[in-house]
Design a protein around this ligand. Structure first.
Ligand SMILES: Cc1ncc(COP(=O)(O)O)c(C=O)c1O
Length: 399
């Protein structure tokens, strides 16, 4: 008898219903595959919303975690541990920035970016006290804190969580004229996802990110790139900004930085930006802990080979070529880059939820968003045959 219904009911019974998961209960995982409590295998085409870019339990990452578990796991930042400098140094190397500030979750890294940009605005740019403004994009997703949802345009994320934090202005994603018009003498930062993941993998028009860079430079405003979902190999480059050779003032990273093992996030920026923080002004008990740094070092070592970026580019082309063939046959639009796709299902055929349930029944795990979009973001370790197999399942479900 299947153990799944009882396990699903138990999960429903004991938790707040802030998620609507697919009815699959995972017990084991390796590489791109997971196995449920009944022994059924699934190809993971969500990869923890890109937290599992290197697959489940990548041997190098697991080895680093095990080795660290046997030595020291937490010191707090009251002391220095022996993994800290190496992690930060390697991350400065990867980002080309002077300094790193490690945190845990993505939302905390975004909060860090907001605080640093505001402080930079007051101390360096000379904005009058309490007047700093950050411009964000409509359709954004930067996390779930009260400040971050204050500038969300998604009613589910924002409604009934006020009072809201002031100091943010929204402009349409991809609209440089609107951004230019919104920038004033109090603007300290522009917060942008290089590709909007949660919004449905929206790729901005070519030239948008270079345009943001240029406007920020000309107006003495910090460009804050939220690469939490788009970065670390997902789009075929180390950072999605690399595609148009854009270098933001701050990289905001998370998800895959923890290798799918521990929450690790960080911001990277130069001394003239991150240097505004002094002891006691910001921090986190777990931020930059020894286990996080040990895993993070192993993650950066994997990224430095370039292998995963290349896999994402090559296999992403295969994925997008296959998905493009479905347009007009149950699919209305496909967006994305590398091994990352937002696929709009023809609502006349079925809802996104129905499509993900049917994909699950066929052994493919993916997740719907905004009613009729399916997001595909498999681990970058997926093989060409597995991509083809996932496409076959997709075709059977929606055609
Ligand atoms: C672009 C982006 N920023 C921030 C976050 C928030 O990260 P976390 O859930 O780790 O707080 C996410 C999560 O999906 C994200 O996609």
């Amino acid at each position: 008898m299947s153990k799944t219904p009882e396990a699903v009911a138990a999960a429903e019974r004991w938790t707040a219903h802030n998620y609507h998961p697919l009815p699959v209960v995972i017990a084991d995982a390796e590489g791109a595959w997971v196995t449920d409590v009944d022994g059924k295998r699934y190809l993971d085409c969500l990869a923890g919303y890109s937290a599992l870019n290197f697959g489940h339990r990548h041997p190098a990452l697991i080895a680093a975690a095990h080795a660290q578990l046997d030595r020291v796991t937490l010191t707090s930042r009251a002391f220095i541990h022996d993994q800290f400098a190496e992690f930060c140094q390697k991350l400065t190397d990867l980002t080309g920035k002077d300094l790193i500030l490690p945190m845990n979750t993505g939302a905390e890294a975004v909060e860090t970016a907001i605080k640093v940009a505001r402080k930079w605005g007051y101390l360096v740019k000379g904005v009058r006290p309490g007047q700093a403004k950050i411009i964000a994009m409509e359709g954004n997703f930067h996390g779930r804190t009260t400040t971050i949802v204050s500038f969300s345009t998604d009613p589910d994320a924002r409604d009934d969580f006020g009072p809201y934090t002031p100091g943010f202005q929204l402009v349409p994603y991809g609209d440089l004229a609107a951004l230019e018009a919104a920038i004033d003498e109090n603007t300290v930062g522009v917060l942008v996802e290089p590709i909007q993941g949660e919004a449905g993998v929206l790729v901005p028009p070519a030239g948008f990110l270079p345009g943001v860079r240029d406007l920020c430079t000309r107006n003495n405003v910090l460009m804050l790139a939220d690469e939490i979902q788009s970065g670390l190999g997902r789009t075929g480059d180390t950072f999605a900004c690399d595609d148009e050779a854009v270098v933001p003032d701050m990289y905001i990273m998370g998800k895959a930085l923890g290798g799918g093992i521990v929450p690790v996030s960080a911001v990277a920026a130069d001394q003239n930006v991150l240097g505004v923080l002094k002891p006691g002004e910001h921090g986190s008990t777990f931020g930059g802990n020894p286990l996080a740094c040990a895993v993070g070092i192993a993650v950066i070592d994997l990224l430095r080979t370039g292998e995963f970026q290349e896999r994402s580019r090559e296999l992403g082309e295969r994925l997008h070529t296959g998905l493009a063939k479905l347009i007009g046959d149950g699919v209305t639009e496909v967006r994305g880059r590398g091994l990352w796709a937002g696929v709009d299902i023809d609502p006349a055929r079925m809802s996104g939820r129905d499509a993900s349930v049917q994909l699950m029944e066929r052994g493919v795990l993916a997740k719907d968003t905004h009613g009729s979009t399916i997001r595909l973001a498999p681990p970058l370790t997926i093989t060409a045959d597995e991509v083809d197999w996932a496409l076959e399942q997709f075709h059977s479900v929606i055609a």
